[in-house]
Write a protein that binds this ligand. Structure first.
Ligand SMILES: [Zn+2]
Length: 497
């Protein structure tokens, strides 16, 4: 029985990921879906994976079908060019012309390439097109500083919720194989099937579509409405902004949690999914026939674990503490959370935690790099500190910007118009320069790096430079004070004259 597809009853054996591979799931199970029905859910999973890809990229999740960390495409505000972002690096996706000048026999161009490989490929393409390119100087590696980067993603929607329902349904089938095939959850499976069919059609998830309307879309929409009818016309899955009933913290930092269970008192078959320990969903699968036992299975999933066995932690209990309270209006919780700001709060809190983790990692790396300081002569030691800070220059630039923006906010209204252009110019971007900054912004960055270098040296000599202190100096606290004193000095001087 356990070897049949929970949708159609035919032989299972597709070996799909129990938790989606794109979200860092590492385990597969051949006992849940046939190949047709496994594949049928893939568009739905892709929709959810797209929605959280920027979070996966910021955390450095390696999708299970990939060898490299997740990256996302975004747009650099100052150059307008596309950039690829991941925890490892940010780079432009295409060659960039920084400047060009007509000369007697052609054009002199100053260009930038994402990598040496991209440069060589471009040279080969020009040659193939009969264009003669002569490098005037050897290629050099330069950092490029990004300004605001835009990456927009919608989150949730009918397909996002449908994907959440499908993922949790798969865990229900794994933990309660007989129940999943009993017919007690048939209406829930019909719902995930119907939303999965919508997701397979272009614009079925509500995304804009310029092309002609697909006639299949209307049919799929009607089938979806029909699948919702037994649920009162509402999806049996919803956002949950309440405090989670299972107080046990996730076993992993930024871990996902799937909870499935049955409450014998009234037969409720319930499910919960928490993404990144932050974004919570609840759902009701149906009602179990008499004779069911109360049981809950909770699985924590580490999206950052490269492979089994330490990627999951499973707990079984004979309680139904995680049972759900079905909202009268499944969308009411979300609507309220959007209007009172708590949905925004969930995301900004998650982003804050991810940023804190990234700062901690940078501090650990710098601490390791600076360990050699004590073995070096004074001059070499200074060079080491500068090198280590240059490696974090984008972070230093961001601190300088943060300091200047905050300073601007404290200025009295009568001096603001006079000073604002200067303050903004101090960290202005210039996409036509090699490093993406104006000369004035480059000078501000150099000032900030110099000030932090002096502080790092002082702290090393005083024996107080541990990872925690480095994180403070590279963040928006003590570090901002150090950077602030340096970059604000010229303005303060001008003001006092
Ligand atoms: Zn099937």
């Amino acid at each position: 029985m356990a070897n049949t597809c929970i949708v159609c009853g035919q032989a299972a054996g597709s070996g799909e990921h129990v938790f989606p591979a794109a979200l860092g799931g590492r385990r597969t199970n051949k006992n849940i879906y046939c190949t047709t029905h496994d594949n049928g859910y893939s568009s739905l999973v892709a929709d959810l994976a797209n929605q959280v890809d920027v979070l996966n990229a910021m955390l450095g999740v390696v999708p299970d079908h990939s060898d490299d960390v997740k990256s996302v495409l975004a747009r650099d505000d100052s150059s307008g060019e596309e950039v690829r972002l991941s925890v490892k690096e940010s780079s432009f996706t295409s060659p960039r012309v920084i400047s060009q000048e007509l000369v007697a026999n052609g054009v002199v161009m100053n260009m930038s390439f994402p990598s040496r490989q991209a440069l060589n490929q471009w040279l080969a393409e020009q040659k193939a097109n009969g264009i003669d390119v002569t490098p005037l100087q050897k290629a050099q590696e330069h950092p490029y500083y990004l300004g605001a980067v835009h990456h927009q993603r919608r989150f949730g929607g009918p397909c996002g919720l449908g994907a959440v329902a499908y993922v949790t349904q798969t865990f229900l089938a794994q933990a309660f194989p007989a129940l999943a095939r009993s017919g007690d959850v048939a209406q829930f499976i019909a719902y995930t099937q119907a939303i999965a069919k919508l997701a397979q059609i272009s614009s079925g998830c509500g995304e804009p579509n310029d092309g002609p309307a697909n006639p299949r879309l209307e049919t799929a929409r009607q089938a979806f409405e029909a699948a919702l009818a037994p649920w009162g016309g509402q999806a049996p899955v919803w956002w949950d902004f309440d405090i989670q009933p299972d107080a046990a913290p996730n076993a992993f930092e930024f871990g996902h949690r799937v909870t499935v269970g049955v409450d014998a008192s009234d037969g409720q078959i319930f499910g919960r999914l928490s993404l990144f320990s932050s974004i919570h969903f609840g759902m009701r699968f149906g009602t179990a026939s008499a004779g069911a036992e109360t049981k809950t299975v909770t699985v924590d999933i580490d999206p950052m674990a490269a492979r089994p066995p330490n990627d999951i932690k499973k707990v079984e209990s004979a309680s139904a503490i995680a049972r759900v309270a079905v909202p009268k209006q499944p969308t009411a919780g979300l609507a309220a959370a959007i209007s009172n700001g708590s949905q925004d709060g969930v995301f900004s809190e998650l982003l804050r935690k991810i940023e804190a983790r990234s700062l901690g990692k940078a501090a650990a790396k710098m601490h390791a790099e600076l360990a050699a300081y004590s073995t070096l002569a004074e001059f070499e030691g200074e060079q080491l500190i500068s090198r280590v800070l240059e490696g974090q220059a984008q972070r230093v630039l961001n601190i300088a910007k943060w300091v200047l923006q905050n300073f601007k906010a404290t200025l009295p209204a009568e001096v603001l118009p006079g000073l604002q252009p200067t303050i903004d110019a101090m960290t202005a971007h210039d996409p036509s320069s090699t490093n993406g900054l104006t000369p004035m912004a480059s000078a501000t960055l150099a000032l900030a790096i110099g000030a932090l270098a002096a502080q790092l040296r002082e702290d090393i000599k005083a024996g107080r430079l541990d990872e925690h202190r480095i994180a403070e100096l590279m963040g928006e606290g003590p570090g901002a004070a150090v950077v602030g004193r340096a970059v604000l000095a010229p303005i303060v001087q001008a003001l006092s004259q």
